[in-house]
Design a protein around this ligand. Structure first.
Ligand code: HEC
Length: 110
């Protein structure tokens, strides 16, 4: 019988693969029990499209200064698929209800 002997690079690849899988699993969890990142970090992920503190350059809509309930409704509608958007449906699903409430308060300040 042929015995496979893993070499250094194979072991490294396996470790890397496991690391990537564990990150992917964490990101997919809907309401994880683990502590969430700070709201500043959550909001940072939006800046690429919606600008710093939600001040966007058209055509992406600005998301700063909105009443909290409007922000939450938009995010929840994207999350459930009630409101269609090729980009925001996927993004909204990555956040817990608590994250969305925290971001609503955060962006309202600016
Ligand atoms: C890859 C670009 C991109 C990123 C990143 C992004 N968005 Fe969006 N967002 C859009 C686009 C485009 C729209 C307009 C979609 C539509 O109305 O169909 C939008 C719409 C929205 C709206 C609705 C605005 C309105 O006035 O109706 C909210 C709220 C929103 N995004 C919040 C967020 C939050 C919070 C994040 C970060 C967690 C985020 N977005 C990250 C592209 C992005």
């Amino acid at each position: 019988m042929v015995q496979l002997k893993p070499d250094q690079s194979m072991i490294k690849m396996t470790i890397l693969l496991l690391a990537v899988l564990s990150v992917a699993t964490t990101v997919q969890a809907a309401e994880p029990a683990a502590p969430r990142p700070s709201v500043e970090r959550l909001a940072h992920a939006c800046a690429g499209c919606h600008g710093t503190h939600g001040h966007a350059i058209a055509p992406t809509p600005s998301i700063h200064g909105k009443p909290e309930e409007d922000f939450v409704k938009a995010m929840q509608d994207f999350k459930s698929g009630q409101r269609e958007s090729s980009i925001m449906n996927r993004i909204a699903r990555a956040y817990t209800n608590g994250d969305i409430d925290a971001m609503a308060q955060f962006f309202k300040k600016y």
